[in-house]
Ligand binder design. Structure first.
Ligand code: INI
Length: 154
């Protein structure tokens, strides 16, 4: 008999930290908005959410780690927008954010969700934060809840 383990996308009494970057905030505000709406839709109360703003995606991992190390936080959701533009900076910031967030999850043994857009253009970033379409902030909220429930079962 095979044992199958899955986490539900429904929350009761769990607490979430959100780290969101101010850089490209015309996009990150959209990510945050969709993320908060989805958390509420899945049963998370506003009193169970802590939102922390940081300057840019590069700063996300440190703050995410601090939050996840708190007993009062069950998972952290990281939201940002790294848009290529003209400079080499893109690769450095995108890599630091993605690898840093992955490390946070492993170090803290709690979910650290990668809701950072990395796109070539502003248009692509808008497309991935559409209320009625693709929305990376909403996906990040669902992933966080599923992972918290999943880890409880293992
Ligand atoms: N930060 C972002 O969040 N997105 C970007 O697109 C970006 N680019 O392209 O430069 C960016 N840079 C700032 C960086 O995250 C740090 O805040 C800064 O380097 C100070 O450490």
């Amino acid at each position: 008999m095979i044992k199958i383990i899955e986490g539900q996308v429904k929350s009761k009494g769990k607490r979430y930290g959100i780290v969101v970057s101010r850089f490209n905030d015309f996009i990150t505000k959209r990510l945050l908005d969709g993320c908060l709406k989805e958390l509420r839709r899945c049963g998370v109360k506003d009193s169970e959410v802590t939102v922390v703003w940081v300057p840019g995606a590069f700063e996300i991992p440190l703050v995410a780690r601090q939050l996840n190390e708190k007993k009062s936080i069950d998972a952290v959701i990281c939201l940002g927008a790294v848009i290529r533009g003209e400079t080499f900076h893109f690769d450095l910031v995108a890599r630091a954010a993605s690898e840093g967030i992955a490390q946070v999850a492993l170090l803290t043994k709690k979910p650290a969700i990668f809701g950072v857009l990395t796109t070539e253009t502003i248009e692509q970033a808008y497309k991935r934060s559409e209320e009625k379409g693709d929305h990376k902030g909403r996906d990040a909220a669902r992933t966080a809840i599923e992972m918290v429930n999943l880890l409880r079962k293992i």
